[in-house]
Design a protein around this ligand. Sequence first.
Ligand code: FMN
Length: 391
Amino acid sequence: MTFWLSLPRPLIGLSPMDGVTDACFRSIIAQQGKPDVSFTEFTHVHDVCHGPEVHLETLLYSERERPIVAQLYGKDPALFYLAAQAVCELGFDGLDINMGCPSKSVASSGSGAGLIRTPELARTIMQAARRGIEDWAGGQTLEEAGFKSARVAMFERLNQQRGTTDPTPRRQLPLSVKTRLGYDSEAVEGWVEELLMEQPAVISLHGRTLRQMYRGTADWSAIGRAAALVKGTGTLLLGNGDIQSLDDIAVRVRETGVDGVLVGRGVLGSPWFFRSKEQARMRAHGMNGTEVGRDPVEVSLSERFAVLIDHAQQFQALVGEKQFYRMRKHLGWYCKGFPHAASLRAQMVRVSSVEGLHALLADFRNRPEAIVDLPQAESDDELSALVLRCS
Ligand SMILES: Cc1cc2nc3c(=O)[nH]c(=O)nc-3n(C[C@H](O)[C@H](O)[C@H](O)COP(=O)(O)O)c2cc1C
């Protein structure tokens, strides 16, 4: 039995977001209100096997996140065979293949959502990854698989960074796929049937086509059709797209019969998003429970700032002050829903260390009007706009 089957239903998970749900943010989320499952940002199979060590940063995680699934992308089955074994060695709970990224650099080369157009290759990739998982579980070492010893040492360092020195117990990881409704147009039945032939443990389905990128709204009726299709096959179907509140979860699950949902952008600036997930589950099961509403998690301003500072401190400790600028988008996302939030957000884009953050927040607490008087370069919409690189 895979870990997926032991999770509560509906399953409420954190969707992967490249450049956003890094190890640090996921750890903060796990602290603040743990999702049932999390995924790493996607990592290219070539980077796993041959890339510079810094590109392996996306495969770092902490024990508190479990169950944690590594997501890979690419189009070369041989690299998937190898990279799957690295994922096993790194102690992940599952392996997910990205077949949904619409970004030009990924999809036009035939990876990510590009695989929707080449279902045979998509299936070959799944078979290769599964063979890698089986060979590793059967006792094959990474060197026997073809990895150079310098690369194996990199994986050992990643395990050590997590505090693990014991050999990873050999076990068979479940394979899953995250994808979209179609390439140019919605073609969910044919595509899901193709995927089902490889019996993945889970299919996570974002309710948009590649062509839609992030435009319009997610088509949950198509997700519902896919849920009906997978019923009784042994594969779970997770719906994904535009969930902003725990109330949305209850509504979508009841409407579509999905086994669970993944939430992406709804957690930006709200790492406590999953705190009331049990209430959402009760409502999804038709029990009255407490009204969960649009924003069920009451977070005071002082708690919001405390979490923000904790997040920034952990980030700086993990990646160093030089890289602190990568934290700015998170700092901006935390600034919502309180008086003068937009003005504070405009200042956050200039913060370059935890020290600077403390100074800005002290200023804001003492003289919020001084911050308000500063010119506001960006509107709420502009500032909350995302770099929609992927899906
Ligand atoms: C900035 C950003 C990065 C993303 N990166 C990934 C990724 O690495 N892998 C993936 O499968 N999906 C990725 N996605 C897609 C999300 O996981 C999710 O499918 C999509 O945002 C729709 O869900 P939402 O409306 O809840 O955000 C990304 C989305 C965003 C906004």
